[in-house]
Design a protein around this ligand. Structure first.
Ligand SMILES: Nc1ncnc2c1ncn2[C@@H]1O[C@H](COP(=O)(O)OP(=O)(O)OP(=O)(O)O)[C@@H](O)[C@H]1O
Length: 252
């Protein structure tokens, strides 16, 4: 397996707080890597370091053989790294199709235009194709505010795919979903092309274990466990770190 992402002994410090400590990890081409951990474990900070939203205090990050730890988020997007955020970036006053169009337009930095593009404009076509891929083409004319919570998360994933990334970083895609919406999300994530490597932060153990090839568990800024979904589900360490003393998987 080819390692496309190599994070080597990376740390991020905020004042006296060591939010991420000496983290080393690799992601392989096409892999689904899931990062679990309790609140404040450092998962989002690690994502920000990989995506370029913050720069590491120390350590190196290599993407397809190239050091990227000093590159901006925008430069990393151009190299094929795309991310979603915990807080939705969907504009509720716009239609689903227009949200998607803006995401495609955003990839072509410096070429913003207020002119309404025709249906045959290549960016519009790209937006429509991506919505079809994610199963939202039929609701393209709906205001984004009219979508169910599950469909809004779907739209965020579609928007993150606008740049045709090689690697997708998804920050808690199941957050706020009802139990009945989760199987749809799992099916969507499992159906994404293996041309795209995926790293995902997820609190929901059930969703995480259904999507993951490999699981990392963070605690107090460090990676404390790495294993397959089966090893994760069976691990007493994961139970004590992640699930607390109750050991109740459903409590995740
Ligand atoms: N920009 C910042 N400035 C100062 N402290 C920060 C900053 N970002 C994160 N932190 C702190 O770093 C620690 C790790 O936060 P982080 O958001 O990475 O954790 P997390 O595992 O993603 O948690 P959650 O699951 O709640 O999102 C926390 O104590 C947080 O308060």
């Amino acid at each position: 397996m080819t390692a496309v992402l190599k994070v080597d002994c990376v740390g991020a410090t905020f004042g006296s707080l060591r939010a991420v400590r000496d983290v080393t990890l690799q992601a392989h081409a096409g892999e689904r890597l899931i990062i679990l951990g309790t609140n404040g474990a450092g998962k989002s900070t690690l994502f920000n370091l990989i995506a370029g939203d913050i720069l590491p205090t120390y350590g190196s990050i290599e993407w397809r053989g190239q050091p990227i730890q000093k590159l901006s988020a925008h430069e990393r997007t151009r190299l094929g790294i795309s991310r979603s955020y915990q807080t939705s970036r969907v504009l509720h006053g716009l239609s689903v199709a227009d949200n998607m169009y803006l995401a495609v337009q955003g990839v072509h930095a410096g070429r913003f235009s207020w002119r309404v593009p025709g249906a045959d404009h290549p960016w519009r076509k790209k937006a429509d194709d991506t919505l079809s891929r994610i199963g939202l083409r039929d609701v393209g004319d709906e205001l984004a505010s009219n979508l169910s919570h599950g469909e809004q998360r779907q739209l965020e994933i579609a928007m993150a795919l606008a740049s045709d990334p090689y690697m997708l970083l998804l920050d808690e895609p199941a957050a706020g979903l009802s139990p009945s919406e989760r199987p749809g999300l799992v099916a969507l994530l499992r159906g994404l092309s293996r041309d795209v490597t995926m790293i995902m932060i997820e609190h929901d153990m059930d969703v995480a274990l259904q999507v993951a090839d490999r699981v990392l568990v963070m605690h107090e800024g460090e990676i404390m466990f790495e294993g397959t979904p089966e090893e994760t589900a069976a691990s007493p360490l994961v139970r004590s770190l992640y699930l607390g003393s109750s050991g109740d998987v459903d409590a995740a």
